[in-house]
Design a protein around this ligand. Structure first.
Ligand code: SAH
Length: 270
């Protein structure tokens, strides 16, 4: 029997064997992999991952669950469970005290959805400060709407500032849908598995700070044309001319531009 889920920690236990196996397959595990799992919960995913890799470090905030998990899994040499808030923990520093657990190269997790944004920022870094060293691969179970935004194509309904920010830092692949009924308790939202390959887009922005400013202004007012949103930064005629040169419709809105186009625009303007 699984313990009662605690809402405060966004706990929803994944019980679908199919979803679990899709996550594991997406991670393309190698025996040499060192994994990081955020929020192992009752260990449904942990148990499948452990036998296939060199090591697994899991961070779980819920003290009660940590005790239960240790009891459930027994003594496993390649498993390190850290109790704490993933967002405030300095993993790189902590792991220095555990010589058998080097820096993880992959992340595989069914994360707490209420802190998805900050988790992504911690795993990938930001446009101005991409995470170093980058993970080789990140496989996450996320709220479906967020997964769609991460993997969206420019010009589509779901493409927005988050898409640009994340796609600047990683290649994003939509793996599969996971229905709400795959969890207990059943959440209000559907889910999806995504696979991210951290890699700053090439060529990168010459001035990442400027690109950040451009994105902030460009996406500030949703339905407006880009040239109106950017008018405090660039003169309208100059922008129109530049957009034409770059083969972008001068009437385009922020969500019509691809990451590569944002980078070119930033490099040309600054
Ligand atoms: N991986 C499990 C549980 C997913 S629910 C499964 O698939 O069944 C999300 C998990 O994240 C819960 O165990 C919750 O306690 C944990 N969690 C929530 N906030 C956290 C935080 N800030 N740091 C680490 N773990 C957290």
């Amino acid at each position: 029997m699984n313990p009662k889920a605690n809402k405060q920690f966004a706990q929803h236990w994944l019980h679908s064997e199919q979803a679990l196996s899709e996550i594991v397959t997406a991670a393309n595990l190698q025996q040499s992999d060192r994994l990081l799992e955020i929020g192992p919960g009752t260990g449904a995913l942990t148990r499948q991952l452990l036998p296939q890799v060199q090591s697994l470090v899991a961070v779980e905030i819920d003290r009660k669950l940590c005790k239960l998990l240790v009891k459930k899994l027994g003594k496993v040499d390649n498993f390190l469970l850290l109790q704490g808030d993933f967002l405030s923990l300095d993993l790189d520093k902590l792991l220095v005290s555990f010589p058998n657990f080097q820096q993880p190269n992959k992340v595989v997790a069914n994360i707490p959805y209420n802190i998805t944004g900050p988790i992504l920022a911690k795993l990938l870094g930001t446009i101005t400060q991409p995470r170093v060293p980058a993970f080789d691969l990140i496989v996450l179970l996320l709220q479906k709407e967020v997964a769609q935004r991460l993997c969206a194509q420019p010009g589509s309904r779901t493409f927005g500032a988050l898409s640009v920010r994340v796609q600047y830092l990683a290649e994003c692949e939509y793996i599969c849908d996971v229905p709400a009924k795959a969890f207990s308790p059943v959440p209000k939202v559907d889910s999806a598995v995504v696979r991210l390959r951290p890699q700053v887009v090439q060529p990168p922005a010459n001035e990442p700070k400027y690109l950040e400013t451009l994105l902030k202004l460009g996406f500030a007012s949703k339905r407006k044309m880009l040239r109106n949103n950017l008018k405090s930064l660039v003169e309208r005629d100059r922008l129109t001319q530049l957009l034409e040169q770059l083969d972008i419709d001068p009437l385009a809105r922020a969500e019509d531009l691809s990451v590569a186009q944002w980078v070119t625009l930033s490099n040309q303007l600054q």
